[in-house]
Design a protein around this ligand. Structure first.
Ligand code: NAD
Length: 246
């Protein structure tokens, strides 16, 4: 796969899965917009991309806010002139059992995981439709496919990401924009670092491949969907989960 000359925005690419995606696409030739609310982490990812000989544009836009997302896309337009690939990766968890969950836990997760995807898709689609070319990859989750105790907010948001993906695949196909989702299972990142050892062991026991996934394994799936090798694939959910949900 060769992304030479392509411009890719990966939200939440200051760490975890997003960082792996950014570095892999840069290895394959793409220039990268590194977005993260943590400017320090975004700058660290950007440094690595530049050391690979690629261009990196840093944005600390919070994807929840329309004004900040608009500014990020204006900067992309000025600096890169186009956007070929959007990976909606920024996401958060605020876990709690239903009966204890606070309204703000629900709202915060919906804001980042759903509204953030909506806003980035909207601005990207405006640029991509002009170009008659684009690849949008939304990061969902096995929780959104199968449900998960303590994650009514997160599972609902990630199920919503699948619905956004299917709808935009139909809506944007006329502009030669492919829209797909990747649904990771249980992946070793800062997000899952706080899972207690006992729970981690239990989850791994439920996974047919009997291990956690690595961020690079999600990046490989994203790269395929961002490439022209998947030109006839749109509106699909690619599960990368060790068989956790089949
Ligand atoms: P992570 O917490 O390690 O990284 C997420 C990054 O997004 C962080 O750098 C964070 O600063 C950034 N971010 C958070 N809110 C943001 C916002 N409003 N605007 C911009 N950036 C923001 O998480 P991760 O494990 O790398 O997860 C990446 C994606 O994969 C998320 O959408 C997550 O839901 C999904 N996912 C992860 C797993 C897993 O097991 N780790 C499983 C399924 C799905």
């Amino acid at each position: 796969m060769d992304f030479t000359g392509k411009k890719a925005l990966i939200t939440g690419s200051g760490g975890g899965i997003g960082k792996s995606i950014a570095l892999l696409l840069a290895d394959m030739g793409a220039d990268i917009v590194v977005n993260d609310v943590s400017i320090e982490n975004a700058q660290q990812t950007a440094k690595k991309i530049i050391s690979k000989g690629r261009k990196a544009l840093v944005s600390n836009a919070n994807v929840v806010h329309d004004v900040q997302v608009k500014k990020m896309f204006e900067s992309i337009s000025q600096n890169f002139g186009r956007i070929d690939i959007l990976v909606n990766n920024a996401g958060i968890t605020k876990d709690s059992l239903l009966m204890d969950m606070k309204e703000e836990q629900w709202d915060q997760v919906m804001d980042v995981n759903l509204k953030g995807v909506f806003l980035c898709c909207q601005y990207a689609a405006r640029m991509m439709s002009e170009q008659q070319y684009g690849k949008i990859i939304n990061i969902s989750s096995a929780s959104g496919q199968m449900g998960n105790i303590g994650q009514v907010n997160y599972a609902a948001s990630k199920g919503g990401v699948i619905s956004i993906t299917k709808t935009l695949a139909k809506e944007l196909a006329r502009y030669q924009i492919n829209v797909n989702a990747v649904a990771p299972g249980f992946i070793r990142t800062p997000m899952t670092q706080t899972v207690p050892e006992k729970v981690e062991k239990y989850i791994i026991g439920q996974i047919p491949l009997k291990r956690m996934g690595e961020p690079e394994e999600i990046a490989n799936a994203v790269a395929f969907l961002a490439s022209d090798n998947s030109a006839y694939i749109t509106g699909q959910v690619l599960s990368v989960n060790g068989g956790m949900y089949v």
